[in-house]
Design a protein around this ligand. Structure first.
Ligand code: PLP
Length: 254
């Protein structure tokens, strides 16, 4: 696993260095986020030993359990990022362990995360509970997940693609995140549609990101690229690639 991690990491760095200058802002790094869903906490600990300081998880309960199991590492700076669909009623739990949420795709989730954050902070101030995981960062890093399906008409992206808000909803969601205390707008996240060349989809994501940054200059992150399409994602400006199987091997049955 450590060897695969090193290989993927080298691939990511060399692809990043090859990104055309009009796509990647100078000095903008590409971060590799190993995805550890379905793998036991012991594997996360092994990644930590190999130098990994942030991992992605896509099931709230599983992530919450693993973060607790690895509390000493979490306390030493291991960061947990939520990359999967998040139910509104899991927001309270998620702010306890998540430094980032990559899947903000609807106004109700923005509200729920904001409320969960405020509640956790007041409880912490009253010495009734722990601070939110992202407290030291100054807020929960939020990515707006956008659906990239080319074929879908406005309003249908969520059904035609693999999750995410319709591109026409991004501006409003970004506004909501930016206006919510405790939430920090990082940028956009997407999963390439299955029925299309990922490069074309990531090129559209790049355009959406440029439009978002005109309103929110701080929202420079693009969370895009998985094991199978990370080269296309980096070519089109991804700043964070979420890589599971290429590092961890085939996923065990959950
Ligand atoms: C599982 C998952 C990944 C990693 O997928 P691999 O193909 O194993 O690299 C990336 N992003 C999301 C949202 C995932 O759920």
């Amino acid at each position: 696993m450590a060897q695969r991690l090193r290989q993927v990491s080298e691939t990511v760095q060399s692809l990043a260095a090859q990104t055309p200058a009009d796509v990647r802002d100078p000095g903008q790094p590409v971060r590799l986020l190993p995805v550890t869903k379905f793998f036991p906490a012991a594997d996360v600990a092994a990644l930590w030993e190999a130098g990994v300081r942030a991992v992605g998880e896509n099931r709230e309960q599983e992530a919450s359990r693993k973060a607790a199991e690895l509390a000493p590492l979490t306390g030493s700076g291991l960061r947990w990022e939520h990359i999967g669909q998040l139910q509104t009623n899991k927001a309270k739990s998620a702010v306890r362990w998540a430094g980032s949420v990559h899947s903000v795709d609807r106004p109700g989730l923005v509200q729920a995360l904001g409320r969960a954050w405020s509640l956790a902070v007041s409880r912490w101030e009253a010495e009734e509970g722990p601070a939110p995981a992202a407290y030291a960062d100054g807020g929960l890093e939020c990515f707006i997940q956008v659906g990239l399906s080319a074929a879908s008409a406005p309003g249908q992206a969520a059904s035609g693609s693999r999750g995410g808000a319709d591109p026409t909803e991004v501006a409003q969601l970004a506004e909501a995140v930016a206006a919510t205390p405790g939430l920090r707008l990082a940028g956009l996240m997407a999963v390439a549609p299955q029925a299309e060349d990922p490069a074309a989809a990531f090129a559209r994501l790049r355009e959406l990101s440029a439009a978002l940054r005109r309103e929110h200059p701080e929202a420079v992150e693009i969370s895009a690229g998985m094991s199978a399409d990370l080269a296309d994602a980096i070519r089109w400006g991804s700043t964070r690639v979420r890589v599971g199987s290429a590092i961890m091997g085939p996923r065990p049955r959950g």
